[in-house]
Design a protein. Sequence first.
Length: 132
Amino acid sequence: MSREIYWLTLTLGMTLLFWVPYVLNRMFVIGIGGTFANPKATHKPLAEWAQRAKAAHANAIENLALFAPAALAVHALSAGDATTALGCQLYFFSRLVHFIFYTAGIPVVRTLAFFGGWAGTAILVARLAGFA
């Protein structure tokens, strides 16, 4: 397994779990029955941190739509090296930090982490474009 596929797999697994905190909050707020039912306008809203976690999860999925094909293309073209592996690691840890700090409501670190993830994807795209 290439390093790009390894880090992509970890990223997929991490993103797969980002829903857990806000769904647990939903269970506490409206109960298990309400969680399994269709959302209603009369349901109490999630806690603010849970709303941010939900937004961070959506943002992670949006960015994964760019990172994953780039990592797969680097792997398929056998274009990977230490730089592309670093780009994948940067993406993984930046997205983890982004989720944690977005959920915690700390905007500056959240924004810096977002750009770290962007840079990780940009490294892969630069390699694919022949710039690195």
